[in-house]
Ligand binder design. Sequence first.
Ligand code: FBP
Length: 553
Amino acid sequence: MSKISPLQKARAAYAPKLPPALVNGAKVKVAEGAPTTAVADAEKIQKLFSATFGSPVLTFEAGSGDSQAYPAMNVGVILSGGQAPGGHNVIAGLFDGLKSLNPANKLYGFLNGPDGLVKNKYMELTSELIADYRNTGGFDMIGSGRTKLEKEEQFKQGFANCQALGIQALVIIGGDDSNTNACLLAEYFKKNHLPINVIGCPKTIDGDLKNDQIETSFGFDTACRVYSELIGNIGRDANSAKKYWHFIKLMGRSASHIALECALQTQPNIAIISEEVAAKKMTLGAIVDQMAAVIAKRAANGDNFGVALIPEGLIEFVPEVKALIAELNDLLAREAEAFGKLNDADSKIAFVQGKLNAAEAAVFNTLPRGIQLQLCLDRDPHGNVQVSLIETEKMLAEMVRTRLQELAAAGKYNGKFSPQVHFFGYEGRCAAPSNYDADYCYSLGYTAAALIGAGKTGYMSSVRNTTRPASEWVAGGIPITMMMNIERRHGEDKPVIRKALVELDGKPFQFFAANRDAWAVETGYVYPGPIQYFGPSEVCDLVTKTLLLEQSK
Ligand code: FBP
């Protein structure tokens, strides 16, 4: 590794905390619960996962009482999908856990995501290498990628590559889709009597891989703290200069957990929650009206400034925009040739306007020109609009400006509106993990080693009770099939882990909803400041507001 910062140097010495069952190593006693079922569509899931379905929830108790080293084995690890703070600590925990089972155990990292498994690109992870990455952010130790592991040819190739390395267990660190695929792989191996076990670990800053058994996905805590620090700084600037409205888009491809957590941490004047927009079937116009109303109210109090949080996935939750995008996808696929011959932006927009159905055309016509063009141009290899590239924050700022001009003309607004737009996403994904994520990730990795030592497959590593001190954390394994249901994906019924959206009757949203009207008019910003790695526990060992509220009785 090249030059490291003083913080990184000091942080390398941090010893992450472990649940009590693991403090003396990964040889654990395993307590088995009752057989499990699926979160929905149990019959279909059982049919698809006949070899792995129904396994019990596992809880670890300290020490198997076995003083013998377990037989030596080789294990592979893969990072899958978007970066999330703490991934290196999962690998460090896995490495240390495996060594506690038998010092001769070896860990191989497949490079650049699942692709590395299929293409046989790997490196052995030695203690020297791991030492360089302890408590660091990023996934750069072995890299990540978004290749989906779902086809039988990939499974066969993966098996052959693992066999050549003597690998008996694979750990896949990923989000809901990657863990669904980990489960498919576990099923394939078990059904075909191929001696490789598969364990998943819950990762994603989006916070949407959680359920009754998995409290949170790793990385959510750190990413939200980084964004909240920045939002707090911007709030303080806004309240100092008193001249700008800041429209801040926050990452989170689909669910609004990040926007909600950041709102709970910083108390902005506006925070849009996509799930509420969908539930109330709000139009874009209604969202704009709501924002303009808050801006006008603050202006009437002499406050021509504010902070608004906008979740990245918003526009797909607005029913009319969703319908427009679906029609645009079809239209541009159907008319690809004719559309491709058009050279300038105006003729492209006019072409689309002329071919859309009346309802969709009406929505299209309300959008600012830049967004209209983005919707026509930015498409992924499957021909779909790349929603994450759409600058919702700019779109809303422009639409709100127009609405405020109308209000002013009607004598209902007499303020100044100067928007500043921001997008926070990559700023947080590779941050040095907070103590929470450093401990949680290390524990998840160590737990994966214990599950491997116990010969389990098709499980997700689980560490619970994390709002309490680590000395009360509970480690174990959750059968992945237990989290599954059947969903329609690309026109087909597929078994998938159910994505956790923001629950409108859940305590985090309810708390936000009870306070947002006051936060809209008062300037009650909270300034969380940067993540603290050293110092008193009350500033270093924080837990997200979301988790605290969810776990509160
Ligand atoms: P994962 O679900 O794979 O963890 O990724 C989440 C995320 O960070 C989203 O918040 C964001 O929309 C997306 O990745 C961006 O990914 P990319 O940089 O690959 O486009």
